[in-house]
Design a protein around this ligand. Structure first.
Ligand SMILES: *[C@@H]1O[C@H](CO)[C@@H](O)[C@H](O)[C@H]1NC(C)=O
Ligand SMILES: *[C@@H]1O[C@H](CO)[C@@H](O)[C@H](O)[C@H]1NC(C)=O
Ligand SMILES: *[C@@H]1O[C@H](CO)[C@@H](O)[C@H](O)[C@H]1NC(C)=O
Ligand SMILES: *[C@@H]1O[C@H](CO)[C@@H](O)[C@H](O)[C@H]1NC(C)=O
Length: 369
């Protein structure tokens, strides 16, 4: 085991020798990199001089040697990964805000909790959205110039159509995808069903970012006459990515482990995923895959790592998943009222201030028992 020296500070030189933690915990390294969400101040990490990366943060011990190397080789990328991960968590919570499982996260190294060691749809979504977050954020950082080793994607040049040509700065989704594969997938090293599932869902996340790229154009010429148009490729908003992945969550494929010599029609060699139901089509690279039923998320379970829905707010008039009946799993709910004061009837006075009234409304809240 070769100790890796990481050095921080301009005046003081700190040298930390890490024994390779990743080797001792080889069993489940899946998603360990998520722990870098806790990197104290990623701005420190942008200041790179020579070839030494200036890092002293325990969160980085969660990374494998390969991941740390990628961070050293691509100054600025750690900040980008960390902000991509934050967007992914925010999006996950938003997409699932009305469901029993509402993408809970905790402080500490295991931010998504025990659900990541399972193989259910929720696990699939977490892997896909966080992988998409890295690709999206890195692709954008390249075009913003905040990663030293990449730039805008300038490969699209010249005429693109009869009345437009490529120009400007395209988001570098190819760099984002390749980097994501190297960085995010590098912990998924087994050959069993769980690893195949995680790798598939990681790729589905990246694929969604890639396939939702949009062309944007700008007109030039006399007073916007649009005689000349230049166009470039722009990343989708992360909300778009979240919406797509949420749809794929709802339509996820349940899979089993397939291997060479299996009697299925597929001619894939080696370990691969097959639909559990032989009548179904094999999952496409866009699909999310899972292999076990989700827990019901109704009640607290330390073993499963589920918090349960007691105390959650529900909608008493909704028949859907956010309705009290389903969200509270039939246990019922209590109702309380709350006075909410907000600014209302604002008027604009020339020039320049706005005056508002204070309106007090009574808000009715329903809370699962
Ligand atoms: C590792 O994964 C197994 C399931 O594969 C799980 O039971 C165990 O708790 C996990 N260990 C850690 C430290 O997360
Ligand atoms: C509650 O559900 C109803 C019916 O689906 C919907 O019209 C209403 O906007 C919801 N209320 C809130 C606060 O979300
Ligand atoms: C706010 O304005 C609306 C109409 O513009 C009026 O009906 C209402 O009474 C006003 N609210 C208050 C608190 O003055
Ligand atoms: C509204 O409330 C704020 C703070 O509660 C107060 O400072 C302000 O004077 C109030 N405005 C009016 C118009 O009553």
């Amino acid at each position: 085991m070769r100790p890796v020296a990481l050095i921080l500070g301009f005046k003081t030189l700190w040298v930390l020798a890490f024994s390779s933690l990743s080797n001792t915990l080889a069993v489940n390294n899946s998603g360990r990199w998520w722990g870098i969400i806790n990197v104290a101040s990623s701005t420190n990490l942008l200041t790179d001089s020579k070839n030494v990366h200036l890092v002293l943060d325990p969160s980085l011990q969660l990374l494998s040697r390969k991941q740390r190397k990628l961070i050293r080789q691509n100054p600025g990328v750690l900040h980008s990964i960390s902000s991509g991960l934050q967007s992914a968590i925010k999006e996950c919570k938003w997409q699932f805000r009305n469901r029993r499982w509402n993408c809970p996260t905790t402080q500490g190294p295991h931010i998504f909790g025990k659900i990541v060691n399972r193989g259910c749809r929720e696990t699939a979504f977490i892997f896909a959205i966080t992988s998409a977050g890295v690709t999206h954020s890195v692709a954008r950082s390249c075009s913003e110039g905040s990663i030293e080793s990449c730039t805008c994607d300038y490969r699209r040049r010249g005429p693109g159509g009869p009345d437009w040509h490529w120009g400007g700065c395209s988001d570098n989704v190819d760099f984002g995808r390749v980097f994501g594969r190297e960085f995010v997938d590098s912990n998924e090293k087994g050959r069993d069903l769980r690893f195949l599932m995680n790798l598939h869902n990681n790729e589905a996340g990246r694929m969604t970012v890639f396939s939702e790229m949009r062309q944007e154009c700008k007109c030039h010429g006399m007073s916007g006459s649009c005689t000349v148009k230049t166009c470039w490729m722009r990343l989708p908003t992360f909300r778009t990515v979240g919406d797509f992945l949420k749809d794929r969550f709802d339509g996820a494929s349940r899979v089993i482990y397939g291997n060479k010599g299996s009697n299925r029609a597929s001619r894939v060699e080696g370990p691969h995923l097959e639909p559990e139901n032989p009548a179904h089509k094999p999952p496409s690279p866009h699909d999310l895959v899972y292999f076990e039923k989700s827990p019901n998320f109704c009640t607290y379970s330390g073993k499963m790592g589920t918090a349960g829905t007691a105390g959650r707010f529900c909608n008493s008039s909704s028949p859907a998943l956010d309705g009290c009946e389903l969200l509270c799993c039939g246990r019922g709910y209590r109702t309380r009222t709350q006075r909410v004061t907000e600014r209302c009837n604002c008027t604009f006075h020339w020039c320049c201030h706005v005056s508002c009234l204070n309106c007090t409304n009574i808000q009715v809240l329903h809370e699962c028992l």
